[in-house]
Design a protein around this ligand. Structure first.
Ligand code: ZN
Length: 485
């Protein structure tokens, strides 16, 4: 190993500069603004080379080593990811349905489902799944790229993931299975009920998580339409004593802007950006609180930490704070005080949120177990789809074409990610319980809650998880299994 030709601190400044340039361009892309694809590819290439330079000189500190391996892998995947993005709107297209006058594609599918009837939804679902072979080689190539980069440095994406999530493989599997089995029954019951309400018929295999999410909150839209999703979370963060100046929000409605809310960490902790594109009032509010939770986290990290301690925020940690803030829009007292909801309206929100939460656990149990096996056994695409169909049947309860996972927005794009949502859900509930015990029901009005959160978030990757979480599933599962009302 040859030493770096300059100090590590200088290496880190250059590395961070590449990240900033890349994220800024990526933000433009998601925001529907002009962006330079070649510039992105070039920056990604430079970033990979720069990370390889470190890797050729050292394997320590361990967290920086893992970050560099992951950065090399991600950067090398960039050209394929950009192709995949294009293929999703140009090749995953069904002429069997139209949205805003155009054939439905991967990107407009969810919006189409929110308004279309059952017959056309089924046709489009079947048709889009049939088109999955057009993106399959790209998805495969991304996983292959990641496997080969990790292998070069004597590690696997799964090992790196478990290490940064601080969980063992058996514990992770057990956690996912436990959550999935716990919700199976109440989920099945609620699914029948809401299906009867929404589609006046029993649920079918093509009535997926996103179909229900797009429809279920409709009775609440009138109430939430009066509130601005870009303002409410900002006011909440201010109440907790956070400086929101480092969070930039864009609410413009551009045709090419991504329809779901999203947060970008351009530079941690000084530049976080949230995109909100208003689509439907309750879900926009929910999504905006979620993304502002990410921004709260990123802007609270101690600026004096090393680059790798600031940047290496695992997904399972990041999603704690997003879902944490999101939980406010199901907190009864909060909804009454800040949104002026009546008792009955609160009950309505909570019942519907509970159903979506049950669906989320069932769906992500299947998603997570598939991805864990996929990484553990390095499955082929056919094996992965076959396993997915089996797990979907087991946890969600329907026979579907297993290729469906390739049409998801997270499953094909990341080495793992899905299990992180479940880990975070459990930890988030433990965190809320702790705040409630310390500061009472209206903890969200207290700057002391903000102080406590900042204390948890500021160490970045050195977060003391044990300080508030034992991965006790109780606080998360109890209200789901036995709702109070
Ligand atoms: Zn998130």
């Amino acid at each position: 190993m040859k030493a770096l030709p300059y100090p590590l601190s200088a290496w880190a400044i250059v590395d961070e500069s590449y990240s900033i340039l890349y994220s800024h361009e990526n933000w433009k892309m998601y925001n529907g603004l002009e962006f330079d694809e070649n510039f992105m590819k070039n920056v990604a290439e430079q970033k990979a080379r720069h990370a390889e330079l470190f890797l050729s000189a050292s394997r320590r500190p361990r967290r920086l080593f893992l970050k560099c391996v992951s950065d090399v892998s991600e950067s090398k995947k960039t050209p394929i990811a950009l192709d995949l993005d294009k293929a999703r709107s140009e090749k995953v297209v069904s002429k069997k349905g139209r949205f805003h006058g155009r054939p439905v594609n991967w990107k407009s599918w969810r919006q189409f489902n929110a308004t279309a009837d059952a017959k056309s939804r089924k046709r489009v679902y079947d048709d889009l799944v049939k088109k999955s072979p057009t993106i399959r080689p790209l998805i495969r190539a991304m996983f292959q790229q990641s496997w080969s980069v990790h292998k070069k440095y004597g590690i696997t994406p799964l090992r790196s993931y478990l290490e940064s999530e601080r969980i063992t493989l058996p514990d992770l599997k057990e956690l996912v299975r436990k959550l999935g089995s716990a919700v199976r029954k109440p989920f099945g019951v609620a699914l029948q009920d809401y299906s009867r309400e929404i589609k006046k018929a029993p649920p079918e295999y093509y009535d997926d998580f996103y179909y229900f999410r797009g429809r279920i909150f409709r009775p609440l839209d009138k109430i939430f339409a009066k509130f601005n999703p870009a303002e409410m979370p900002v006011r909440q963060l201010k109440r907790l004593g956070f400086n929101t100046k480092k969070i930039h929000v864009d609410v413009e409605d551009r045709p090419k802007k991504t329809p779901s809310a999203v947060a970008f960490f351009v530079q941690i902790p000084n530049d976080a950006r949230v995109l909100v594109k208003p689509i439907s009032p309750y879900t926009d509010m929910e999504a905006s609180y979620h993304e502002f939770g990410h921004a709260m986290h990123a802007t609270s990290v101690d600026p004096n930490l090393s680059l790798w301690d600031r940047e290496s925020l695992s997904h399972g940690v990041a999603e704690i704070f997003s879902t944490f803030l999101e939980s406010l829009v199901e907190d009864g007292l909060y909804l009454r005080k800040k949104f002026g909801l009546s008792e009955e309206q609160v009950a309505e929100v909570q019942a519907r949120r509970r159903f979506m939460e049950l669906f989320f656990v069932a769906f992500y149990a299947a998603n997570s177990l598939m991805k864990i096996s996929f990484q553990e056994k390095m499955l082929t695409m056919d094996e992965a789809s076959e396993l997915y169909a089996k797990l979907y049947k087991e946890y969600v309860g329907f026979d579907i074409p297993g290729e469906y996972w390739q049409l998801h927005h997270v499953m094909p794009d990341y080495d793992l990610y899905s299990p992180s949502y479940l880990i975070a859900a459990v930890r988030k509930s433990e965190l809320i319980k702790k705040l409630r015990n310390r500061l009472g029901e209206t903890w969200w009005d207290s700057t002391k809650a903000g102080d406590y959160l900042r204390q948890i978030m500021s160490p970045g990757a050195n977060i003391d998880l044990e300080g508030f979480s034992k991965l006790d599933t109780g606080p998360f599962l109890k209200p789901l299994l036995k709702p109070e009302n």
